[in-house]
Design a protein around this ligand. Structure first.
Ligand code: DAT
Ligand code: MG
Length: 153
């Protein structure tokens, strides 16, 4: 089991796509373990996007992600990090296939609607930076046997 951080960015909230985005992960069979509606501070945004601090678009990125409320979520499942990234599409909506979130709803890179952790180390760090332990709920789902095949790898 893996956990990954997903954000519906300010454009997704403004465009009333929260439900659409959440329902894709929910229907896929990923399991929600944490969720909050919040606004990021500038310090939090700079830390979250720290890997991009020397890029020319860093200022824009920080000002965009703090420009309005977002939804932060943690989703759990086997290979959750990769599954979520594939469902999001490519960083550039133009390169994203239809059927992905960015491919269905996105136009520009600076308005690509969602964030998803890109690897286990980022997921662990990002989840810690958005959620306290007690905000993450471990629960069992009655439909599990209809979602997972115990014999599949
Ligand atoms: P991703 O969000 O797919 O993980 P990333 O981590 O490389 O992509 O970049 C973080 C965000 O920064 C991305 O969602 C959109 C923005 N971004 C990335 N590259 C950019 C560029 N060359 N110009 C403008 N914005 C960019
Ligand atoms: Mg990234």
């Amino acid at each position: 089991m893996e956990r990954t951080l997903v954000l519906v960015k300010p454009d997704g909230v403004q465009r009333a796509l929260i439900g659409e985005i959440v329902s894709r992960f929910e229907r896929r069979g990923l399991r929600l373990v944490g969720m909050k509606f919040m606004q990021m501070t500038e310090d939090h945004a700079k830390e979250h996007y720290g890997e991009h601090k020397d890029k020319p678009f860093f200022g824009e990125l920080v000002s965009f992600i703090t420009s309005g409320p977002i939804v932060a979520m943690v989703w759990e499942g086997t290979e959750a990090i990769k599954r979520v990234r594939r469902m999001m599409g490519e960083t550039k909506p133009m390169d994203s296939l239809p059927g992905t979130i960015r491919g269905d709803y996105g136009m520009d890179m600076g308005r690509n609607l969602v964030h998803g952790s890109d690897k286990p180390e980022s997921a662990a760090r990002e989840i810690r930076s958005f959620f306290a332990d007690e905000e993450l709920i471990t629960w069992s789902r009655d439909t599990e046997k209809w979602i997972h095949d115990p014999f599949s790898l």
